[in-house]
Design a protein around this ligand. Structure first.
Ligand SMILES: NC(=O)C1=CN([C@@H]2O[C@H](COP(=O)(O)OP(=O)(O)OC[C@H]3O[C@@H](n4cnc5c(N)ncnc54)[C@H](O)[C@@H]3O)[C@@H](O)[C@H]2O)[C@@H](O)CC1
Ligand SMILES: Nc1ncnc2c1ncn2[C@@H]1O[C@H](COP(=O)(O)OP(=O)(O)O)[C@@H](O)[C@H]1O
Ligand SMILES: [K+]
Length: 489
C-alpha cells in the first residue's frame, strides 16, 4: 500500500519481467495504459480533438510512440514530435506554433534522464509549460529526478504535468520537493508486472492506514490527567508568539493540560486561549510533562541549560527550531540527544536539517529521504523533515512521504503548530512514529481543508490551523479503523 521505489529498484524489476516476455511487450502495455488515461482526460468524442505527443530518444520515447499509435486508432488527431528526428515518417522535430491541443503527452525522458535538459528538448519543455491544456507525463515529468524530486541541473527545467502515469511502481520524486508541482495527479500502472518482482519497499506514502490504529475514542470515565501534560519551552524576548502557537495546537488536539514555560519573562496569559498556563521555565517542574522544546527559544545560556535538562530527562520530547540549532552547534548536546531512550521527535526544516548534518540546505534537498534517514539513525530518533512532501524517517531506515498540505503552510508559525501537535499526541500516549505520522498528515489535511473553504493558500495563518486540526482529528477518531476481530462500524 502506497509503496515507493527507487529508480534502481524499478530497473531491476523491469529487467526481470522483460526477460520473461517477448521484446517490446512492456512498452506496448505502458503505451496502451497511458492511452487509456489520455482518452479519459480528453473526454467524450476524441475525434474532435488534437493531441500533441512528444517522443524522446530512449524508451520513454518508445512509450510515447505507442501512445500516439493508440490514440490515432481511437480517432484522435495526433501530432507527433520526435526529438532530433525530423526524418521520422510523419514526425516533426519542433512543436508547431499557434495550435490548440486537447492534451500534450510528454514522452521526452523518463527514469533514464542522465543530465540537465538542454537545447531542443529544453525549448520544447518551455513551450509545453506555457500551454494551458492538460499535460500527461509518461512515467516521470521530463526533467525531474524520480528519486529525489529535484529538477535536474542548477538551472534546469522540467515538464509541469497535470497528470503523470508512472509505470511498474510509484516513485518518491513524484511526491516531494518539486515533484508535487511537476507530476500533478499521479496514476500508478504496474503494466502487468508481478508484484513479487519488486523488492519489499522501505519507503511509503504516509496515509491514515499507517497510523490509524493509534486513534482511540474517549472513555466517559476519564479526566484531564488522562490526556497528558504538555510543556512548551521557548518564547525568548520578541518571540513569545511561537510557543503560544505550539501550545494552542497541543490544547486543541486534546492534551489534558498545556503549559508555556518561557525562557524569558513571558506573558501572564493568552487572552485568545486562556486555558493555557504560563510559567517561568527556569523554575518549572517538568516531571510528567511531554516537552516541546524550541519554538522561539533563542540561544541564551538559560535556553541551552534548559535544553540540556530536557535531553537528559526521560520525558517524551519534541525538538524544533532553536532547539535543533542549539544541538547542531554543540557536540555535547548531540551526544546527550543520541543517548536518550524516551520517545523523541525532531522536526527540522531543510536548513535546520543541514545544520544538524553539517552540510548545505542544497545537499539536504538533493536527497531528502537520505538526509532524514541519516539524522534519524545518528540520533536514534524519529525525524520530520519539513517542506512540500514532508519526509518522516525512523532510526531503522523506514521512511514515508506525506501527501497532504499546500503552500498555504509556507508562512511563519505553521511549524510551531506542527511541533505542538506532535507533543500533544506523545502526551496522550502515542509512540513517536505514530505521533509524527499522524501529526504531519493532519497538519497538512487541516491546511487543505482551510484552502477548500477559501481561507488560503494566500493569507492562511498558523493561528487558524489548530481549530482546523481539531476538526480533522475528531473526524478521524470517529472513522478510525478497528483492530482486526472487532466489528467495523
Ligand atoms: N525498458 C522497458 O522494458 C520499459 C521502459 N519503459 C520506459 O522507459 C523509460 C526508461 O527508458 P530509458 O532507459 O531509455 O531512458 P529515457 O527514455 O528516460 O531516456 C534515456 C535516453 O535519453 C538520453 N538522455 C538522457 N538525458 C538526456 C538529456 N538531458 N538530454 C538529452 N538526452 C538525454 C539518453 O542518452 C537516452 O538515449 C521509463 O521511464 C519508461 O518510460 C516502460 O516502457 C516500461 C518498460
Ligand atoms: N510549500 C509547502 N507545501 C506544503 N507544506 C509546506 C510548504 N511550505 C511549508 N510547509 C509546511 O509548513 C511548516 C513550516 O514549518 P517551519 O519552516 O518550521 O516554519 P515556522 O518555523 O515559521 O513555523 C512545515 O510543516 C512544512 O512542512
Ligand atoms: K516523461
Amino acid at each position: 500500500m502506497g509503496a515507493l521505489y527507487s529508480v534502481a529498484e524499478i530497473r531491476q524489476a523491469e529487467r526481470a519481467a522483460a526477460a520473461q516476455l517477448p521484446p517490446g511487450t512492456l512498452m506496448q502495455r505502458a503505451g496502451r495504459a497511458a492511452a487509456r488515461i489520455a482518452l479519459g482526460i480528453i473526454g467524450a468524442e476524441p475525434v474532435a480533438h488534437q493531441a500533441l505527443v512528444l517522443a524522446g530518444p530512449g524508451n520513454n520515447g518508445g512509450d510515447a510512440l505507442e501512445v500516439a499509435a493508440s490514440l490515432a486508432q481511437s480517432g484522435v488527431g495526433v501530432t507527433l514530435v520526435q526529438l532530433g528526428r525530423a526524418d521520422a515518417a510523419g514526425a516533426l522535430n519542433h512543436i508547431p506554433a499557434g495550435r490548440q491541443w486537447a492534451l500534450v503527452v510528454d514522452g521526452l525522458f523518463g527514469i533514464g534522464l542522465a543530465r540537465p535538459v538542454e537545447g531542443a528538448a529544453r525549448a520544447m519543455i518551455d513551450t509545453v509549460n506555457a500551454l494551458a491544456c492538460p499535460v500527461l507525463a509518461l512515467d516521470v515529468p521530463s526533467g525531474l529526478d524520480a528519486d529525489s524530486g529535484a529538477v535536474i541541473g542548477p538551472d534546469g527545467v522540467a515538464v509541469r504535468a497535470t497528470h503523470t502515469i508512472t509505470f511498474i511502481g510509484d516513485k518518491p520524486g513524484l511526491h516531494t520537493l518539486a515533484g508535487r508541482d511537476h507530476a500533478g495527479h499521479v496514476i500508478v500502472d504496474r503494466i502487468g508486472i508481478d508484484e513479487a518482482l519488486l523488492p519489499g519497499a522501505s519507503v511509503h506514502m504516509n496515509e491514515p492506514a499507517m497510523f490509524g490504529l493509534a486513534f482511540a475514542p474517549r472513555l466517559h470515565d476519564s479526566h484531564k490527567g488522562t490526556f497528558g501534560d504538555v510543556a512548551v519551552v521557548g518564547g525568548a524576548h520578541g518571540m513569545a508568539g511561537a510557543p503560544i502557537l505550539a501550545a494552542r495546537a497541543a490544547l486543541l488536539s486534546g492534551a489534558g493540560r498545556v503549559f508555556v514555560a518561557s525562557v524569558d519573562h513571558g506573558p501572564a496569559f493568552d487572552s485568545g486561549q486562556p486555558e493555557l498556563m504560563f510559567r517561568d521555565a527556569a523554575s518549572f517542574n517538568f516531571a510528567g510533562s511531554t516537552i516541546v522544546a524550541g519554538p522561539g527559544m533563542g540561544d541564551s545560556a538559560t535556553a541551552i541549560r534548559l535544553l540540556g535538562k530536557a535531553l537528559d530527562g526521560d520525558n517524551p520530547l519534541v525538538l524544533d527550531a532553536d532547539a535543533i540549532n542549539l544541538i547542531a552547534a554543540s557536540p555535547d548536546l548531540q551526544a546527550r540527544l543520541a543517548a536518550r531512550t524516551a520517545h523523541t521527535i525532531l522536526t527540522p526544516h531543510p536548513l535546520e536539517a543541514a545544520r544538524l548534518l553539517g552540510v548545505t540546505a542544497g545537499v539536504v534537498q538533493g536527497d531528502r529521504l537520505e538526509a532524514a534517514r541519516e539524522i534519524a539513525a545518528r540520533f536514534d530518533a524519529c525525524v520530520v523533515l519539513k517542506g512540500s512532501g514532508t519526509v518522516i524517517a525512523m532510526a531503522d531506515g523506514e521512511a514515508l512521504i506525506n501527501p497532504t498540505g499546500n503552500p498555504g503552510l509556507a508562512s511563519a508559525g505553521t511549524g510551531d503548530v506542527l511541533a505542538g501537535l506532535c507533543g500533544s499526541l506523545l502526551a496522550q500516549g502515542w509512540p513517536a512514529r505514530d505521533a509524527a505520522l499522524a501529526a504531519v498528515w493532519m497538519h497538512g489535511e487541516a491546511a487543505d481543508r482551510l484552502v477548500a473553504e477559501g481561507c488560503g493558500p494566500i493569507g492562511l495563518t498558523a493561528s487558524e490551523l489548530p481549530a482546523a486540526i481539531r476538526r480533522v482529528l475528531n473526524r478521524m477518531v470517529a472513522e478510525r479503523p478497528k483492530p482486526a476481530g472487532q466489528p467495523q462500524s
